[in-house]
Design a protein around this ligand. Structure first.
Ligand code: HEC
Ligand code: HEC
Ligand code: HEC
Length: 316
């Protein structure tokens, strides 16, 4: 009997601690930027693929996130989102979205508040190309790629021109490079908690089609501020420090060399570029053949990276 009472107390204790995780809406807001890509910054997205979260019960949101994490509820997009959330993160996110007004409570005048990130992200600038150009030889099919890209739009933009700095632009990148990255995310050769969930269900053909679709889109011009220091390093390298000039592989205009597998960098989002070079430097990205990028990145100082990124992201 004593034993039963003791375990009962334990269980009650566990329930109490579970309840004790109090959500903090402000902290939740800070943690919600990635959610906004699909659910809208304030929890409302008119796109019917994504449920509204604004004004939902906090306890319900917390339970769904825990279920996505444990696998009790399965969804390809949500599983990687929930994978790294702690109990506190879930409570904070739930508190934030629960505190937002539901769509029905919002007035027309307050509409700017409800404008989801996605609206901006999906209305890219350029016209979307939907057929394979006659001269291009791609393993993938552009039209098929477009149909498969619905899931990518939230973060990378309908035309591959992501407006959110942490998400890379894909527009105009070489198809073979894009396809390789998708395969690398799938095999684990390149690691990213978000992308691993996106590629889990993609076949080789899907990856080729997606690569072809984004490759034929027109990239928007870069918005970085030019840097002379960065330009000098890009074209000349640094013989003293043993830094190979970037131009050797990424080209005079930063457009890369598709056949050789060297990606375009021109006009890419600065925050993304910065993170990639830093990841090559600390080895957390290691999918470059023969350590090509890691050998270079390891010699770059923080300042070198900042100046290079300014330069590359300013290229048209
Ligand atoms: C890539 C798009 C995407 C991102 C990013 C995303 N979600 Fe989701 N989310 C979805 C989809 C799609 C569903 C619907 C899943 C289903 O059909 O079961 C969903 C469902 C949910 C649900 C369940 C809603 C309900 O009514 O049952 C919650 C809660 C949720 N997401 C929270 C979040 C949070 C918090 C984040 C950020 C950490 C996030 N999501 C990021 C796409 C996304
Ligand atoms: C929830 C946001 C999100 C969604 C949805 C998403 N991605 Fe990504 N994607 C990212 C992030 C973040 C990175 C950068 C990862 C890193 O830092 O290494 C990325 C990187 C990539 C890269 C590497 C680009 C480069 O220059 O090396 C490719 C290719 C890519 N995504 C394709 C896709 C495709 C195709 C889809 C749809 C099937 C998709 N993504 C859906 C967030 C997303
Ligand atoms: C010897 C050839 C070579 C040189 C020189 C080189 N790179 Fe690279 N770089 C590569 C290759 C190959 C990749 C792609 C690796 C892969 O397959 O994922 C890459 C990828 C990158 C990426 C990631 C792009 C993306 O979309 O994720 C950045 C950023 C980058 N390089 C910056 C630089 C900078 C800055 C320099 C000069 C300091 C430089 N590279 C010099 C070969 C090179």
């Amino acid at each position: 009997m004593k034993k039963i009472i003791f375990s009962l107390l334990l269980v009650l204790g566990a329930i109490n601690t579970a309840n004790a995780v109090e959500g903090d809406a402000q902290a939740g807001k800070d943690k919600s930027s990635v959610c906004g890509a699909c659910h809208g910054a304030t929890g409302i997205n008119p796109n019917p693929t994504y449920p509204d979260l604004a004004g939902q019960h906090a306890a319900y949101i917390t339970k769904q996130l825990a279920d996505f994490k444990s696998g009790a509820r399965s969804d390809m997009m949500m599983a990687p989102m929930a994978a790294n959330l702690s109990e506190q993160d879930m409570a904070d996110l739930a508190a934030y979205f629960a505190s937002q007004k539901r769509a029905s409570e919002r007035t027309e005048a307050a509409d700017d508040n409800s404008a989801p990130t996605t609206a901006a992200a999906t209305t890219g600038s350029a016209e979307i190309v939907t057929s394979t150009p006659a001269k291009a030889i791609y393993a993938g099919d552009v039209k098929a790629g477009q149909e498969k890209s619905a899931m990518c739009v939230a973060c990378h933009g309908a035309d591959g021109n992501s407006l959110v700095a942490i998400y890379p632009k894909l527009a105009g990148q070489s198809a073979s490079y894009l396809t390789k990255q998708l395969a690398d995310f799938k095999s684990g050769a390149r690691k990213d908690p978000v992308m691993v969930g996106m590629v889990a269900a993609l076949s080789e053909k899907d990856m080729q089609d997606l690569g072809a679709f984004f490759a034929v889109q027109t990239p928007t011009a870069g918005v970085g501020t030019a840097s002379n220091v960065g330009q000098k390093l890009y074209f000349g390298g640094d013989a003293e420090k043993g830094i190979t000039a970037c131009v050797a592989c990424h080209g005079v205009n930063g457009k890369g060399m598709a056949q050789a597998g060297f990606p375009a960098l021109a006009g890419q989002n600065a925050a993304y570029l910065n993170k990639q070079i830093a990841s090559f430097r600390d080895g957390s990205r290691g999918n470059d053949r023969n350590d090509m990028m890691r050998n270079i990145a390891i010699k770059l100082s923080d300042n070198d990276i900042d100046e290079l990124v300014k330069y590359m992201s300013s290229l048209k």
